[in-house]
Design a binder for this molecule. Structure first.
Ligand SMILES: Nc1ncnc2c1ncn2[C@@H]1O[C@H](COP(=O)(O)OP(=O)(O)O)[C@@H](O)[C@H]1O
Ligand code: SF4
Ligand SMILES: [Mg+2]
Length: 383
């Protein structure tokens, strides 16, 4: 039985609240930075996720994008409570996950599965495919004896496009794309409602990426799955997602349907990200706006005050930007943006300008901790 909860103050408003499978409300994940051998002093925090509200509707694919280090994986793990959030809550199918413990949490976890970026490191090399898949079934008491389970395993492999002879093989005997199919079969084995796919194709050759993306789409239709797909690559997310959320330094800066976001990005950061992707049409390619982001991605241990993007924003204004953190608010129907000036930028009343390099102080945290992300969007998109 699930306990119904009333929406919290940060809950995104929806006309059909029943359509929401999972909602993330004010989630923060702060990792302490420890120093000292004997006295384990906390000298600061990495604000990996710092106040995210979003909801994923039943049957949809929500794509989460952003530069490497902006907190996407941490958010994904917090949704599953693989990482305990510092604040906020996750409501899954009407149940506040923070109220669940032990057996209840374990049963709920069956309904939420994760697919990882690198299937080689997420699959135990010493286990055969059969034992990898059976392990998942056993963990949730779904092993119904030899015959039924054997049939189930063959169905699973066929669903992900692998021959049943794969059962006796080991992960190293497969290609990268096939291994990701095994990872997907493992997630599917327990009949989840939600799959969180964290960079599911980033480690694969471009030619194989499309096959795995297509497989995910087919499986969604066949099994009525809901997806949260995480990627640093906007192109991957665009094709698979119904809606897209863009993250920057631990926060959501923009959210819209995939079509709206790509047709008219409203947040300066999203505009910059999209302008970095070449367009195949040479005429369009020549004419379009190109926004170069200068300055380093600030450290999540010391995020800029006010709007987190102000140190790199070509539209930064003299007021509000460096003092007041913008809320994610609906600027067009279904299109939320965290920028004080979104309307004026959209109307062309404000024009982009050069960005001066801003020195970000380290607040007493020594620079030898590698907390700074990639130097540029290009670097983040081509790691
Ligand atoms: N367990 C952890 N302890 C300390 N810092 C962490 C931990 N996990 C992630 N981080 C930091 O949190 C930030 C966000 O990381 P992550 O969620 O992996 O970003 P992304 O998936 O967008 O690349 C990074 O600065 C990363 O170094
Ligand atoms: S609030 Fe200011 S700094 Fe932030 S994105 Fe908008 S214009 Fe840029
Ligand atoms: Mg990640």
């Amino acid at each position: 039985m699930s306990t119904a909860v009333t929406p919290g103050p940060g809950t995104p408003q929806s006309d059909h609240p029943g359509d929401t499978l999972v909602s993330v409300e004010g989630i923060k994940v702060h990792f302490p930075i420890k120093r000292g051998v004997i006295l384990d002093r906390t000298v600061g925090h990495v604000y990996a996720v710092d106040g995210v509200d979003l909801s994923v509707r039943r049957g949809e694919t929500y794509g989460l994008v952003g530069e490497s280090g902006c907190g996407k994986s941490t958010l994904g793990r917090a949704v599953l409570r693989l990482t305990e959030p510092t604040a906020g809550r996750v409501v899954f199918d009407g149940t506040d996950l923070s109220t669940l413990k032990g057996e209840e949490l374990r049963r709920m976890r069956r309904r939420m599965q994760m697919v990882f970026q690198d299937p080689m490191s997420s699959l135990d090399p010493r286990q055969s495919v059969e034992s990898i898949l059976v392990e998942g079934l056993r963990a949730h008491d779904l092993d119904k004896g030899r015959e039924a389970t054997g049939k189930r395993l063959r169905e699973l492999l066929s669903a992900v496009g692998l021959p049943s002879t794969s059962l006796r093989k080991y992960p190293h005997e497969f290609s990268g794309g096939q291994r990701q199919r095994i990872g997907i079969a493992r997630a599917l084995a327990v009949e989840p409602d939600l799959i969180i796919a964290d960079e599911p194709v980033s480690a694969l050759d471009v030619s194989v990426q499309a096959q795995v993306v297509n497989l995910l789409e087919e499986l969604q239709d066949e099994f009525g799955l809901t997806y949260l797909v995480i990627a640093h690559d906007l192109a991957v997310v665009r094709h698979i997602s119904d809606r897209v959320g863009v993250m920057y330094l631990g926060g959501l800066v923009e959210e819209a349907t995939s079509d709206d976001l790509y047709a008219e990005p409203l947040h300066p950061y999203t505009r910059a990200l999209l302008s970095a992707i070449p367009v195949p049409d040479p005429v369009v390619e020549d004419r379009r706006e190109r926004i170069l982001l200068t300055g380093d991605l600030p450290s999540p241990a010391n995020p800029p005050k006010g709007c987190r993007f102000h140190t790199r924003c070509p539209w930064k204004q003299a007021t509000r930007c460096d003092t007041e953190r913008p809320e994610l608010r609906e600027v067009l129907p279904g299109h939320r943006v965290a920028c004080h000036w979104a309307e004026d930028i959209r109307a062309g009343k404000l024009r982009p300008h050069e960005v001066e390099a801003v020195l970000v102080e380290e607040d007493g945290i020594s620079p030898d901790i590698p907390l700074v992300g990639p130097a540029s969007v290009t670097e983040a998109l081509n790691p």
